[in-house]
Design a binder for this molecule. Structure first.
Ligand code: UDP
Length: 234
């Protein structure tokens, strides 16, 4: 798929790290900024589902003193916290939105339901998808890919603190080279890390393009969708 293909429906995977600061997991300014970015994309005609990560609160891999399944459960619950915070930030800007969760959470979010999710997107609501996949041992990258496939989205855009895909970790290797574009197959064979291999593997199987972009720049999300920012896996 070329970068210029018109995308009507997209999934925004928002890494939890961009929602908080050193002062706490949920930063009001960051939440309002991303609500504004999402609103701007919507006003440009994009139908949007948002899959929040949970890394600003907890990730299973950061809780090695717990059994892995429990750490991952805490990670999935963290995404619910972010989903509720994002919903409120969107609602404050008058953006119609709803939360569906893969982890049952009656009274806070409805269950993941592809049929009603597709209807919500058709109607112009922003659909926030919490709880990841609902299963341990994967991350919300994988959730974003499988939800995109189920909802008929044309791309997954992963917004985080990095501006793209590098051939090695730019935080530890000053000589890391940024890649504008890489095929799914090359991404996997080179063992690249910015998106989970499980997610890229499923995207490869279904020819779903992915884009990794630096989320805290105004307009970057729409630019990433339109092939003007970030690095692509396609
Ligand atoms: N997680 C999980 N299953 C899922 C999605 C997430 O077990 O389907 C857990 C996993 O421990 C993960 C954590 O929740 O590390 C938070 O998600 P993620 O790492 O994707 O958050 P991000 O780093 O993007 O903020």
């Amino acid at each position: 798929m070329s970068a210029s293909r018109i995308i009507r429906r997209a999934v925004l995977k928002l890494s939890g790290e961009v929602l908080g600061t050193d002062g706490g997991p949920l930063d009001e300014g960051a939440l309002l900024f991303f609500a504004g970015e999402i609103a701007a994309a919507r006003y440009q005609g994009l139908e949007l589902a948002v899959v929040p990560g949970g890394g600003n609160v907890a990730r299973g891999s950061a809780l090695p003193h717990l059994p892995a399944y429990a750490g991952h459960s805490i990670g999935m619950l963290s995404t619910l916290i972010n989903a509720v915070a994002l919903r409120e930030a969107l609602a404050a800007q008058g953006v119609p939105c709803s939360v569906q969760s893969a982890v049952p959470c009656a009274g806070i979010a409805g269950p993941v339901d592809v049929w009603s999710g597709r209807r919500a997107l058709d109607e112009g609501q922003v659909l926030i998808l919490a709880g990841g996949t609902g299963s341990p041992f994967v991350t919300t990258d994988t959730a974003a890919v499988i939800r995109a496939l189920a909802l008929g989205a044309g791309i997954v855009a992963k917004g985080s603190k990095v501006d793209g895909i590098y051939d090695s970790d730019p935080n530890t290797n000053a000589g890391a080279v940024r890649l504008e574009r890489v095929s799914h197959r090359d991404y996997l064979s080179r063992g690249l890390k910015v998106m989970d291999a499980a997610a890229v593997s499923i995207a490869f199987e279904h020819r779903l393009p992915l884009v990794v972009f630096k989320a805290d720049q105004a307009g970057a999300f729409v630019d990433a969708i339109n092939g003007k920012a970030g690095s692509r896996i396609e």
